[in-house]
Design a protein around this ligand. Structure first.
Ligand code: PMP
Length: 366
């Protein structure tokens, strides 16, 4: 660390957050970005009007309490407004959760691979990070997570559906887990992608929340609602926790435009869910096609699929997709491909077919 300024030593330990790459241009091909789990469908009618209306007086600060959005969410979820905490994306709510729990001498337990911000936030707060490898099928290892919880643990992060591996947590798994976790340890359930889940057993965070006051739900308008660019998400938490979260979230962090668009989209949640199910159907077809070609693809309940590959294969697969102007996400252990338009997925299917044929040739020669 440079000694020019009095910066924190810990900064040198921050794992980097690597954002999804933009697509490489290729002559004659429309570029597609399948590297950030964005929603590829156009905005719902009404949402763009809300954006325009919400941005009418840019000189004024937004409503610091997001009053309408909070009231609408509380109504929609059947909770009290005091239990709803909006933030600039689920990212801000997650950051606030780590801010109200973690400090030097404490620990945070989470599955890995999972959302890249978890270890960054842990290190940022000076806490010990305890990453528990997911099972070979990409599911959370709940026994493993439990065995990492001790007196120092203030926070457990769960992700359902898990980004990047795909599976959702089941209600049975979550209930069993929460029955074993000390009641004063906060367990955050990151449900950034829950609207895309179609499996009958996928956990209903809200039902679990009603039974377990130490469970905090973290949700976002970025994915199924397609508002990632506006930065709005929310937490649902016991009032004591919610009050603490509000203490650390920056005032005015949810812009007037974001509040208006989120409220409008929530008002059209039926349409949002229909579209999420369309994405889920494309996902299931895409995953089945990749499996047919011999790839190891865990069940996904999000708007993406995970393809387990060894490091060399992952580099080659990402490169072959880039050559056809499709950006995908390479992470440790494989690649994650967001569900995009048919044209983009078809290009990845072609890459995968070529790849599978080459794999077969190699193993025939071996
Ligand atoms: N949680 C998970 C699992 C995610 O994948 C993401 C975004 N990729 C987020 C939270 C944060 O989303 P946002 O801040 O856009 O709401």
């Amino acid at each position: 660390m440079s000694n020019r300024f009095r910066l924190r030593e810990a900064l040198s330990q921050f794992p980097p957050y690597v954002p999804g790459k933009p697509p490489v241009q290729a002559p004659g091909l429309t570029p597609f970005k399948l590297s950030s789990n964005e929603n590829h469908l156009p905005p719902l009618p009404g949402v763009l009007d809300a954006v325009t209306d919400g941005g009418q007086i840019p000189a004024n600060y937004p409503d610091p309490k997001s009053t309408k959005l909070v009231a609408d969410l509380a109504d929609h979820l059947g909770v009290e407004p005091a239990e709803v905490v909006p933030g600039a994306g689920a990212s801000e709510v997650l950051s606030a959760l780590t801010n109200i729990t973690l400090e030097a001498g404490t620990s945070v337990v989470y599955p890995w691979p999972s959302f890249e911000m978890y270890p960054i936030l842990a290190v940022a707060r000076g806490a010990e990070k305890r990453a528990v490898p997911t099972l070979p099928d990409g599911r959370h290892d709940f026994q493993g997570l439990l065995s990492e919880i001790d007196q120092t643990t203030r926070l457990v992060l769960l992700c359902s559906p898990n980004n990047p591996t795909g599976p959702a947590i089941t209600s049975e798994e979550l209930d069993g887990f929460l029955a074993e976790v000390p009641a004063d340890v906060i367990v955050a359930l990151d449900e950034a992608y829950f609207e895309f889940a179609t499996g009958a057993e996928a956990v209903d965070g809200l039902a679990a929340y009603r039974k377990h006051p130490n469970l905090v739900l973290v949700r976002t308008f970025s994915k199924a609602h397609g508002l990632a660019g506006l930065r709005v998400g929310y937490g649902v938490a016991d009032e004591t926790i919610a009050t603490a979260l509000r203490q650390v979230i920056a005032p005015f962090s949810v812009t007037a435009v974001a509040q208006a668009a989120a409220a409008e989209s929530l008002g059209r949640v039926g349409e949002v869910l229909v579209r999420a199910k369309q994405v889920a159907a494309d996902r299931d077809r895409f995953a089945a096609d990749l499996r047919e070609l011999g790839f190891d693809v865990p069940d996904s309940e999000g708007n993406y699929v995970w393809v387990a590959l060894d490091p060399e294969e992952a580099v080659a697969f990402e490169g072959a997709c880039a050559e056809v102007a499709v950006a995908i996400r390479r992470l440790t252990g494989g690649v994650r491909i967001s569900i995009g338009p048919d044209e983009a997925l078809d290009r990845v299917r072609t890459v995968a077919a070529t790849f599978a044929a080459e794999r077969r040739d190699r193993s025939a020669q071996a």
